[in-house]
Design a protein around this ligand. Structure first.
Ligand code: C2E
Ligand code: CA
Ligand code: CA
Ligand code: CA
Length: 279
């Protein structure tokens, strides 16, 4: 988009214009998505790296747009965060996850340890988040210990005092936190001292080339060492092949993993069947 005559729109401008239009349209549609029942929760098992027993599951949001398209959370969550819709969507996710946990529990017991829910930094920073969330969990009648929250390192860097308070309040209710995408955010690890976590999730970008890239092997080893020091469980994300699983098992047999090798994210019915051992 260098010197162009007046009235000539550069490719760059056209592209930006389209992006803004798309975002505005998406925000408009997203506003109605909840009422129209277009949002769905999918669940992806988190399994023991050795036995492949299901240990927990991560909740992943899906949007079936009325046009028939499936819109990725990677595309619409940022739009939701920009527009404050994230609070409404986040509340729906928590309520719906609690409802599913209730359905899958027998005599008040979930057959797996927990279901984790992704939180955006905007949600955690919202003044009424703790009270609203606890009210929703109590209303659902489930055991709060069945829920864990996933947050990224960036969440821990800003507003740390407020964040620290809220995390401890949840911890006192039995709700643990997982650090998502570990190693991709900030270089400072000082937050590890200030918060109590349950698990570290190794980002899939470190796992992808683990069989061929010695640097990734070194990074994963370093993360495993940190986790050991702080007594955190470790979950490797994005494990797609048996060879990757084996390599990770060799590095630490107490690890857990999540990835297409065991299962893609499943809709609630298919996940329930998996829990019952029907698939
Ligand atoms: P994330 O939390 O890092 O989630 C893991 C992503 O990795 C998911 O993408 C999942 O489908 C994908 N994945 C799992 N196993 C594999 C694998 O073996 N290979 C590969 N290539 N990918 C794998 P997804 O479902 O598209 O979600 C994208 C992101 O959207 C999530 O990244 C999370 O940051 C965000 N997100 C999803 N649901 C929610 C939600 O309810 N609330 C918020 N705030 N964010 C959400
Ligand atoms: Ca996550
Ligand atoms: Ca992740
Ligand atoms: Ca990620």
């Amino acid at each position: 988009a260098k010197k162009m005559g007046r009235g000539v729109t550069s490719f760059y401008e056209v592209e930006m214009d389209e992006k803004i239009k798309t975002a505005i349209r998406m925000e408009h549609d997203l506003r109605h998505a909840i009422d129209r029942n277009e949002l769905k929760l999918f669940f992806q098992p988190i399994v023991d790296i050795r036995t492949e027993e299901i240990y927990g599951a991560e909740t992943l949001l899906r949007w079936h747009h009325s046009s028939g398209k499936m819109i990725s959370p990677a595309d619409f969550i940022p739009v939701a965060e920009e527009s404050k819709l994230i609070h409404q969507i986040g509340r729906w996710v928590i309520k719906e996850a609690c409802r599913k946990i209730g359905e899958w529990s027998e005599k008040g017991r979930l057959p797996i340890r927990y279901v984790s829910i992704n939180l955006s930094s905007k949600q955690l920073a919202h003044g009424s988040f703790f009270d609203e969330t606890m009210a929703a969990i109590r209303d659902s009648g489930i055991d709060p210990k069945c829920i864990k929250f996933e947050i990224t390192e960036s969440v821990l860097m800003d507003e740390s005092e407020q964040t620290q308070k809220i995390i401890s309040r949840f911890n006192r209710e039995g709700i643990g936190f997982l650090i998502d995408d570990f190693g991709t955010g900030y270089s400072s690890l000082s937050y590890l001292k200030r918060f109590k976590f349950e698990s570290i999730k190794i980002d899939k970008s470190f796992i992808h080339d683990i069989l061929s890239d010695e640097d990734d092997v070194a990074l994963v080893r370093a993360i495993l060492d940190i986790a050991k020091q702080f007594d955190y469980r470790v979950i490797a994300e994005g494990v797609e092949s048996e060879a990757q699983r084996k390599k990770l098992e060799e590095m630490d047999r107490n690890m857990f993993y999540q990835g297409y090798l065991f299962s893609k994210p499943l809709d609630a019915d298919r996940f329930a069947k998996m829990l019952k051992g029907e698939t």
